[in-house]
Design a protein around this ligand. Structure first.
Ligand SMILES: [Mg+2]
Length: 406
């Protein structure tokens, strides 16, 4: 059966999110850039207006400012981008269970089985664009084709806010005249190698024998030849299989040893809140909690336990960590403490699990605290117990998140 694959690419993603969050930036040239004070800052993203001045991704900041003296540069807010990325995925998942992320701003969707409900590929792509714009205010370019490589190519062809269809019957007319490096996985070095043997377009690549490419580029050569001929048959992963983050954890070395039960509670709670906050901002739940402890004699160990239900609640994470700590600590003074949520899954299908367990009151409290922090900032509200020794929780946590390599 011929497949229908979409590739959705959010336009100017980081810069678009910044303009959404700061209405005053909307009609100005805006770039998201690394630290300007550090002087080695580079452009990470730019909006359409900044593009008109010739500003490009990865350009040094000083050069961008020369091209556009009025350029407004904002630092990146990755938690925010992940939040919008999650919202976008959630919309994509309404059409199919196969949504595979390719970075925070791109994903493939296999909608082959969705036509009875939602129409053909182009209809779904147009509908998806409308919904993402209507619900989030972001624009997206969508490619529609019969395999992943051409769907991705299609999403690059018209920007912003457009649908490009590359049908099986006419892909040769659309794809083959394009330069070879328009195709996924053809980087600069492959492009140069192709050029040296007279291959400039995707059509040139399709026309040579696969043996010729295998000899010069090995397995990759054969793969690229198949791509150019529309023979990519890689499946779009199921949504549940493609969470890019493996675990989220924070730790701290306290300014003094943690001696009493209360010391440990305070620090563990503060760390649990950070992990919880980050799980929530990524739209993730953890099924396992792991603590790491370094004692004052510098010996260290880790312990973990499985939760009865996946969670993103600070209270659940703290409770699990606290039980582990009590079981394994033996009253020795603690120098450093860490907690981590592992075995992550998407929270979007399980929003209700937040209220599953019996602890309704505490959960309602946690939700209210999240709301206040969301509106007024992280430090506006604290549990009273943390005020006893504010220095204990006034720390910069170390980040122990583990990401899968792409
Ligand atoms: Mg993009």
């Amino acid at each position: 059966m011929e497949r229908t694959i979409l590739h959705a690419d959010l336009n100017n993603f980081f810069a678009s999110v910044e303009c959404l969050e700061h209405a005053e930036l909307k009609d100005k040239p805006v770039a998201v850039a690394g630290d300007a004070k550090a002087r080695h800052g580079i452009i990470l993203a730019k909006n359409e207006l900044a593009k008109l001045f010739g500003i490009k991704t990865a350009m040094p900041l000083w050069q961008a400012q020369q091209l556009c003296p009025d350029l407004i540069c904002v630092p990146p807010h990755y938690d925010l981008y992940m939040k919008y990325s999650g919202f976008t995925r959630e919309i994509c998942q309404r059409y199919t269970s196969q949504v595979e992320s390719f970075g925070p701003d791109e994903c493939w969707m296999d909608v082959s089985g969705s036509s009875a409900l939602f129409g053909n590929g182009k209809t779904i792509a147009d509908d998806l664009r409308k919904r993402i714009f209507h619900e989030l205010g972001l624009t997206v370019s969508v490619g529609v084709s019969f395999n992943k490589v051409f769907a991705k190519l299609g999403s690059d062809m018209k920007k912003p806010d457009a649908t490009t269809v590359i049908p099986k019957e006419s892909f040769r007319d659309i794809v083959w005249p394009l330069p070879v490096d328009a195709m996924l996985y053809v980087g600069r070095s492959a492009r140069e190698r192709f050029r040296s043997v007279g291959i400039a377009t995707i059509g040139d690549l399709a026309a040579v024998t696969p043996e010729f490419l295998r000899r010069s580029l090995g397995k990759t050569g054969t793969m690229l030849w198949r791509f150019a001929n529309g023979l990519d048959d890689a499946p779009v992963a199921e949504t549940a299989d493609n969470i890019p983050i493996k675990s989220i954890g924070n730790s701290t070395t306290a300014y003094r040893n943690l001696i009493t039960e209360e010391d440990c509670r305070i620090v563990l709670y503060a760390l649990s809140e950070m992990v919880s906050h980050r799980l929530k901002s990524h739209g993730l739940l953890c099924a396992t909690v792991q603590i790491s402890i370094r004692l004052s004699n510098l010996s260290s160990f880790e312990r973990q336990c499985r939760l009865t239900a996946p969670t993103q609640s600070a209270l659940d994470i703290f409770d699990a960590g606290w039980q582990l700590l009590c079981q394994h600590r033996n009253d020795a003074p603690i120098r450093a403490l860490g907690i981590r949520g592992c075995q992550l899954s998407s929270a979007f299908n399980r929003q209700l699990s937040f209220f599953d367990s019996d602890n309704h009151k505490n959960r309602a409290l946690e939700e209210a605290m999240d709301e206040i922090r969301g509106r007024f900032g992280n430090h506006t509200i604290k549990r009273a117990v943390m005020l006893k020794d504010p220095k204990l929780t006034n720390f910069k946590p170390k980040d122990h998140s583990v990401f899968l390599q792409k």
